[in-house]
Write a protein that binds this ligand. Structure first.
Ligand code: 16G
Ligand code: MG
Length: 544
């Protein structure tokens, strides 16, 4: 029996494909009901070994369904330096996941041929999981897959998604990025954070208290470990820590962003600065109540603006010429794009939804800041930028002030998890900036005022009939839809609207913004009606 046939035999025996629902590796990997995933996990173990052999590097497999409900689960593969796998590997993943058990050897063979893989190379795979009840057995299925074709796996147990990205990058850079242990992760981030904090006493209205809604997910135990290393520099008050509530249920970054309200389990008072993670801690949003107890969200756009402004100052102040740019999606609030372009004079690029598009575009800048409005994001420093910053921070031939700021910039680089958006790392970055500026939530929020906006979703027969261009800002199909949207938008002051098929749900999403909330709502529903009429709406027509 060949090794590939053996893999199929083990599949039949231990991880058979019991139903023939088609599953697709989408923007965030495979994600569906946990009960449908055992065979998929086994096969991803097989695929991860091939990827590892192809790259001659360690590959990561993360088991999580992020902000989805507890009953769901999912899996994502992590490439050499912590990036997402390229589209061709997403295609292999989809093919391998959907083949029959006896079809496994042929599917593997076609990948080996296409990628010219030398299967004698050792395959190394790191596995980690979130806190879902289904995660341990699914992690075992991945490990069974790895072992079935002779790979080696290391099980990190519970980790946040970005922590696993970090481990993979550390290992494949032979430790240059950091040490591939949980200790190594906290050490790198907190050492840099402490250096940045001891630079400045508590200034202005900054408070060292932060209330963290951990979505009852894996972020909770990890933030507790972090807290132990921060001392009084930052006091984290953790709620929704998994001891009572349900994962992502009426809490977490997605709930807070979509509902525009605080999570259950946290009694918010006007003096409190709060942050919400999602279930696997790769997303963060901040929020607060003003003195009138009105809720205010500080989303990915506000984080991006805060971070880009701060980095811009440090780059200039340290006498470096590095090109700094910001990457957003069409969901970025129009006010943020205006402010960044016209006031901060930082170039802004717009790309389609999904972390990989933002990450990829950000790599084109020396320093690329990217954030989705929903709180996914980080900062990337090119190799040249890293070297220039380090050199400047050690230089003795420049004015002391420049050298000091370059040093601050170097430490800021180390607080940032550059492999992927990371709630813990982004939290420390935001806190660093607020502390140095002496700002509390309201000062930060005052950078610019968001335009009122509304998102709705429309059910249609087939969401693929909606096709988009120009980073999803315009539709090319169905005929007449873009003309209808243009006509509607023209009727509103500061009106903007776009529609796109969701990559994670069977719906078409509608986004609208305008000068008032009532107008944004009205525009969203009118555009929703146009989608319903022209793109084959099903069920009730949208109504305000
Ligand atoms: C996924 C993406 C996220 C995107 C969201 C859009 C990753 C890791 N996650 O969660 O970036 O904002 O999908 O969902 O890429 P939608 O297509 O349903 O609107
Ligand atoms: Mg997530």
């Amino acid at each position: 029996m060949t090794a590939l046939e053996k893999a199929a035999a083990i599949a039949v025996e231990k991880h058979p494909r019991l139903q023939d629902k088609t599953i697709t590796y989408g923007t965030a990997g495979f994600r569906t009901k946990a009960e449908d995933l055992d065979h998929v996990m086994y096969r991803m173990g097989l695929l991860a070994v091939l990827a590892s052999q192809a790259r001659k590097a360690t590959i990561g497999v993360m088991i999580t369904a992020s902000h989805n409900p507890e009953e769901d689960n999912g899996v994502k593969l992590i490439d050499t330096f912590g990036e997402m796998m390229p589209p061709v590997w997403e295609k292999y993943a989809t093919e391998l996941a959907n083949t029959t058990d006896p079809g496994i050897p042929a599917s593997l063979k076609s990948i080996i041929d296409a990628e010219k893989i030398d299967t004698s190379v050792p395959g190394n795979v790191f596995v980690a999981k979130d806190t879902r009840a289904s995660s341990p057995s699914l992690a075992q299925a991945v490990q069974d897959g790895v072992a079935a074709i002779g790979g080696k796996s290391k099980d990190y147990g519970l980790l946040t998604t970005p922590q696993l990205h970090f481990m993979v990058c550390c290992t494949n850079t032979q430790g240059a990025y950091g040490i591939a242990t949980e200790e190594g992760y906290y050490d790198k981030l907190t050492t840099a954070f402490k250096k940045l904090q001891t630079d400045s006493e508590t200034k202005g209205s900054y408070s060292r208290q932060l209330y963290v809604d951990a979505a009852n997910g894996v972020g909770a135990p990890k933030v507790k470990l972090l807290q132990g290393r921060l001392g009084d520099l930052l006091q984290l008050h953790i709620t929704n820590d998994g001891s009572q509530g349900k994962l992502n249920h009426r809490c977490g970054a997605d709930f807070v962003k979509v509902q525009q309200q605080g999570p259950d389990g946290l009694k918010v008072e006007p003096s409190m600065r709060c942050a919400s993670f999602d279930g696997d801690a790769d997303r963060i949003v901040f929020f607060y109540l003003d003195k009138q107890k009105t809720f205010h969200l500080l989303d990915g756009d506000k984080i991006a603006t805060l971070v880009a402004g701060y980095l811009q100052e440090l780059v200039k102040g340290s006498g470096l010429t590095l090109n700094l740019g910001l990457v957003q999606t069409a969901y970025a609030n129009g006010s943020s794009t205006d402010f960044i372009t016209n006031v901060m004079k930082v170039p802004v690029a717009c790309v389609p939804t999904g972390v990989k598009h933002l990450h990829h575009r950000a790599q084109e800048f020396d320093i690329g800041v990217y954030f989705e409005a929903n709180g996914h994001g980080t900062v990337l420093f090119s190799k040249g930028a890293r070297e220039a910053i380090t050199k400047q921070s050690e230089s003795t031939s420049i004015p002391e002030e420049q050298q000091k700021l370059a040093n601050t910039l170097a430490n800021t680089m180390d607080v940032i998890n550059q492999t992927v958006g990371d709630a813990i790392s982004d939290m420390l970055l935001v806190e660093t900036i607020l502390a140095r500026r002496g700002w509390d939530s309201e000062d930060w929020d005052a950078m610019y005022a968001d335009l009122p906006n509304r998102q709705i979703k429309i059910k249609v027969k087939d969401r693929a009939v909606v096709e988009t261009t120009d980073a999803e800002r315009k539709t090319t199909s169905p005929a007449g839809l873009q003309e209808a949207i243009d006509k509607l938008v023209a009727g509103y002051t500061k009106g903007r609207s776009f529609v796109r098929p969701s990559g994670t749900e069977d719906v078409v999403r509608v986004y609208a913004e305008a000068d008032t909330q009532a107008n944004a709502d009205e525009l969203a529903y009118k555009v929703g009606e146009a989608v319903y009429d022209l793109a084959g709406g099903v069920g009730d027509k949208p109504s305000a």
